[in-house]
Design a protein around this ligand. Sequence first.
Ligand code: NAD
Length: 471
Amino acid sequence: MPRQAEPSFRESTNIMFNNAVDLLDLPPGLVEKIRVCNATYTVRFGVRLRGDIHTFTGYRSVHSEHMEPVKGGIRYAMSVNQDEVEALAALMTYKCALVEAPFGGSKGGLCIDPREWEEDELERITRRFAYELAKRDLIHPSQNVPAPDMGTGEREMAWIADQYARMNTTDINSRACVTGKPISGGGIQGRTEATGRGVQYALQEFFRHPEDVKAAGLSGTLDGKRVIVQGLGNVGYHAAKFLSETDGCKVVGVLEYNGCVVNEDGIDIEALKQHLIAHGSPDGFAGGTIHPADAPILEMDADILVPAAMEGVINLNNADRIKTPLIIEAANGPVTSGADEILRKKGCVIIPDMYANAGGVTVSYFEWVKNLSHIRFGRMQRRQEEERHRLLIDELEVVTGQKLSDTFKQRYLHGAGELELVRSGLEDTMRGAYQDMRKVWHERDDVHDLRTAAYLVSINKVADSYRAKGL
Ligand code: NAD
C-alpha cells in the first residue's frame, strides 16, 4: 500500500495546538502570538577537517520569549531541518509552562551524523557551532540556554560551556549558559538520567489513579506490565532500566535503528546496553530473539509502548495496528496528529511528550539555578539536618528506653545530598504536573485526552505571562 502523506512535524504540532486552543476563550491575536515561532536562525560555517573545508548547517529556533532565558536542546542528526527545530521549540514552550520551569521555548540542531566523525573532529565542529550561536546571543546564561538532545550529551555540553567561557572571560555566570554538563564541568547529579527518570515518575503517577488506568483498559500497578521501548539512547535506556529494575515491568521488546530484540521473559536492559556500546547493534545479543530493524515490533502486543527515539514513528501508516493500550511519549512528537486521532478513537491513552519527557528540562532548571547560585544543593544544610535527626533519635531512645533498629536509624539520619534533592524535586514536579493535567481531563466535558489537557494547562500559563507583560 502506498504510504499516506502526513503534515510536517511543525504542522502536526500546530494541529494539536489548534484543537486545544479552540476550547479556550482567548483573543485570536493572542492565540496567534502564542502559536508562531518568534525567530529561527540558520548558521552555515566551515571547518577544516581531513584536509578539506566542510560546510555545516545548524539552526537555533526561538519559539517564545514570554520568559527568558529560552531553553531547549541541541540535536545532532542528518534529518535536522527548520521545520523540525521549530516544532521542537514550540514543544519546549508548552513543556516548560506545564512543569513550571521559568523559561521560554527554544531548540537547536546541526545537520550532521555524529557517527561519521572522530571525537576531536566533533569537538572542533561543536566549538565552531557554539561560537556562531554565542556571538548572536543564541547561547547565553540569561537569554538562551541549550541542553542535550538526540545525538548530543555531556561531552558536547562541556565543549559548548568552555567555548562560551573563552568568549566571555569575565562572565561569572558563564557555566549557566548550557545545561546537561558533566559534574566536573558544573553539571548536576541526576541530569543524565533525568528524562528517563521523569518517564518512570510519570508512569508511577499514572498508576496511582485507578480511574486513569481503567481508561486505558489496564488494571493494577506497574508491576508485571509488559513494555516495548523504541530507542535505547539516553532517554530510552534510563526509562527501560528504571522501569524493569525498580517497578517490576518486563521490557519484552526493544527497537533500535539497526535491529530489534524480543524476549517474553523480559530483556536485561543493562546487558543489552553494554552489548550495543560494544558492538553497535543488537546482532549477536544472547538475551533475546534478534529481528531486523523493519520488523513490526512496535505493533507487538504489550501493555505500555515507550517510543523514545524520534518523531513521527507512529503515523497514519501504522497507527491502526498499534496494540498497546497505553503509550508514553518519551521522545518528542513520536505520534503524528493523524495517528493521535486514530489511537484516541481506539481508546488508547497517550501520555503526551510535553509532559512525559519534561524530566530533562526540569533537572536542567535545577542545574541552571545551581550554576547561578554557585553552590551545590544540600551543601549548607545536610549535616545540620543529620544533627537534628540524631538529637531526636537519642532523646526518643532515652525516653522510651528502647533501641531503634540500626537500619531505621541509618535511613532516618541520612541527610539529603544533591542527588536525593534533585530526584525529590523532579518527582514532585512530575506528580504535580500530572495532577494538573488529569484535573482538566476529568473535569471538562469537552476534553477527552491527556494531550489536549496538557495543552490547555500550558497555553493558559503562557497566556497569563503575556497578559502580565501587558501584551
Ligand atoms: P539519543 O541520541 O541518546 O538516543 C536516541 C536512540 O534512538 C539511539 O539509541 C538511536 O540509535 C535510536 N534510534 C534512532 N533512530 C531510530 C529508529 N528509527 N528506530 C529505533 N531507534 C532509533 O537521544 P535521546 O537524548 O535519548 O533523545 C531521544 C528522544 O527524546 C528525542 O525525541 C529527544 O528530542 C527526546 N528528548 C530527549 C531529552 C534528553 O534529555 N536527552 C529530553 C527530552 C526529550
